[in-house]
Design a protein around this ligand. Structure first.
Ligand code: HEC
Length: 135
């Protein structure tokens, strides 16, 4: 009997700890966007991501606003349903008609900024077009 009470106490504590963890995880996940933006000025990594998007031909297929076209997916909607890991795997390994970029050093090194830029575009936080770098 005594043992049973102790066991359910432990279960309750474990459940409470799990809930607490989940809550703190959710709030930090929400608070931390991978980019900083003020108007059309973004942090350095995101700025580099924007340059990569233009220079590494992402723009050629996915369009200057990243909204895609007939044969190319819209990355603004695409990134809403995609984890950062999925994004990186798709860009680095390629998929169907999407070329692999794992042999492209600039893209490999700048993948975080590329993700930050497109995530910001997808969130509606970063405007299309010319960007500046935050001081
Ligand atoms: C030659 C054209 C082409 C280029 C260049 C290209 N892509 Fe793609 N991309 C595609 C195609 C086609 C798909 C759809 C793949 C499929 O059908 O599975 C795609 C898919 C994607 C997806 C997945 C979208 C989703 O909703 O699942 C992401 C993310 C992506 N591309 C990002 C990029 C980035 C970043 C670059 C530049 C580093 C880039 N692409 C360059 C053609 C291209």
């Amino acid at each position: 009997m005594r043992n049973k009470v102790w066991q359910s106490g432990v279960k309750l504590l474990t459940a409470a700890a799990a809930l607490g963890l989940a809550a703190s995880f959710c709030s930090t996940a929400q608070a931390e966007a991978p980019y900083k933006v003020e108007g059309n000025a973004v942090d350095q990594a995101t700025f580099k991501g924007w340059k990569l998007y233009k220079r590494q031909r992402c723009e050629t297929c996915h369009g200057p606003t990243a909204e895609g076209g007939a044969a190319f997916p819209n990355l603004l909607t695409g990134l809403k349903n995609m984890s950062e890991e999925d994004f990186k795997a798709t860009v680095l390994n390629g998929r169907n008609n999407m070329p692999a970029f794992n042999g492209n050093k600039a893209v490999v090194d700048g993948i975080d900024g590329l993700y930050a830029y497109l995530k910001g575009r997808s969130d509606g936080a970063i405007p299309a077009g010319e960007l500046k770098e935050l001081p």
